[in-house]
Unconditional design. Structure first.
Length: 209
């Protein structure tokens, strides 16, 4: 074999390697997504720290003990935690290569997430009309920043989930879609873990005198 032929084959091989998809790009995708989640951890850590500093700065305004409705928060918490279970069912269906089952449980997860968001919007509306808006005091500024940022993440998670449902309907459980379902799974469970911190640190401790 001539040198020119060997050079041509050497240059051609990487291209064929990429076309065949044997380079496992999901490894790079998952690593990048883990890095993103770590950056999100830093954001929420800063918001929790801010709330910790301003948690008693009421400026003569209403306190969390006066306005927090733990029954409502318990319902919204249950919706979000159950959505993690339904997402787990979706992952099991995906592993069994059942497209319809995966889409069904993803849709249930999205509905539960939407219910959580609806209750959060209702809570914000109630608090603002009760005179506890973000501008009322440092406490409420930190509260709306932390809880609102989490809610915004849930909203974008639902948008991502709806987009993924369309992709699954069109392309099925191709490797790229499986990778996306797995990444969204990590994101969704991450939001649940953050919310447990919010529920404990903000609401449960917030009703203490």
């Amino acid at each position: 074999m001539s040198d020119n032929t060997m050079t041509a084959n050497t240059q051609k091989a990487p291209l064929e390697f990429l076309v065949k998809g044997d380079h496992h790009p999901q490894n790079g995708t998952l690593l990048g997504f883990w890095i993103y989640l770590m950056s999100d951890c830093l954001i929420f850590a800063c918001l929790f720290a801010t709330y910790g500093v301003l948690g008693r700065s009421y400026a003569g305004g209403p306190t969390g003990m006066e306005l927090f409705d733990l029954n409502l928060i318990a319902i919204s918490t249950s919706l979000l935690l159950v959505s993690s279970i339904t997402y787990g069912f979706a992952m099991l269906q995906m592993q069994a290569n059942k497209v319809k089952g995966t889409m069904f449980w993803l849709a249930v997860t999205g509905l539960l997430g939407a219910g959580f968001l609806g209750l959060e919007v209702y809570e914000f509306h109630h608090l603002i009309h009760a005179g506890a808006g973000p501008q009322t005091s440092g406490f409420w500024t930190a509260f709306f920043a932390l809880v609102g940022t989490h809610g915004l993440h849930v909203f974008f998670g639902i948008v991502w989930l709806v987009t993924l449902l369309f992709q699954l309907k069109k392309h099925g459980l191709i490797p790229a879609n499986k990778r996306r379902v797995f990444c969204l799974s990590m994101f969704w469970h991450f939001l649940d873990v953050v919310w447990i911190g919010v529920f404990t640190f903000v609401y449960l401790m917030g009703v203490l005198p």
